[in-house]
Design a protein around this ligand. Sequence first.
Ligand SMILES: Cc1ncc(COP(=O)(O)O)c(C=O)c1O
Length: 391
Amino acid sequence: MKYSKFTEKIGGEGAEAWNIHNRAVIKAEQGEDVILLSMGDPDFDTPRPVIESAVNALREGHTHYTEFTGETALRKVIAAQHSQETGCQIDEENVVILSGAQCALYCAMHCIVDAGDEVIVPEPAYVTYEAVISATGAKKVGVSMPAEEGFSLSAKAIRDAVTDKTRAILLNTPHNPTGSVISYECLKEIAEIAIEYDLWVVSDEVYASLMFDKRHCSIAGFDGMQERTIVINSVSKSHAMTGWRVGWTIGPKELSDHLANMSTCMLYGCPTFSQLAVVTALTEELDELETMRLEYKARRDTVFEELSQVEGLVCHLPEAGMFMMVDIRKTGLSAEQFATKLLDEYGVSVLAGDAFGPSASGHIRLGLIAHQDVMRDACGRIKQCFESLLQ
Ligand SMILES: Cc1ncc(COP(=O)(O)O)c(C=O)c1O
């Protein structure tokens, strides 16, 4: 049978990046000793009060269709928090609940770009961005964040990439896979560029609550940005709720109307009880959130300390999030070859940086998603694998 051209747009490298992870999962299921650090799924449980809230919602009969833009109670909470954090005056009509940040990104991109448009994306970039953009027929224009500069973004590089076809800039701060954070000054300059060239900014902020030292800053809060910024967020990482599939967009009201239509034809709304549980997640004082943040930070410090001692191995210290990039170029292997050897011979599963973009070539991405002792064990194995190749 014949499949549509569309299927070609959503396949490709991004989808292939998971091959090593899928293989590792099979090995683990077969009882092999494998440490899985390839996925971005928190190893923490969803906080108990959130689970109780979902169970109560189910018992109370919240098992029916919901508003296509999402439960009003949840949208109100998100709008109030965003207004407080950014100084933007918004309400629930600026918020649309979708099935995770991934779905929110996909839907938002479809509402703002057309075939032939260009979307500027700092790279390395989260692997699904490529398909999200190409599904619309638009083109992803990568702007390098070089490893040599700590994977930091230069606003000048963004400016240089603008053409008369540019329609949007897709930012991700804090960043997957590098854990870098776009500075206030850089965001300010990007905001000026967006205003000058009348561009959208899509700002993926799913790791905002996992900042290790500084405070998160959203580009939505800069003067003149509210009308052209779409903030993407979810509870997947912040609350260890990846399986609940609740994320959202915050943007202009007109965008919400378009997204409501999109939700109607592809989702028909998100699960009601999940959304009501997210109200609890966002409004209750949950000690678990700070515990998680501090634990990620401690893991980062442990891994950095362990791997920095390995001569020739270069670690990039993340400022936030749940990943760390490690430069293995001294081995002479590609990241894919190194990751394959590491899995097959040493039982550690990581992703090859190349999948995130050419600037991450020769790097592996480690998820800080296991207990510190397990992370230490994984570091030992990485060290052995790395050193065996230098001999
Ligand atoms: C940068 C980034 N954006 C979006 C997502 C998707 O998140 P969600 O589970 O909310 O769909 C991820 C997941 O790993 C991510 O790393």
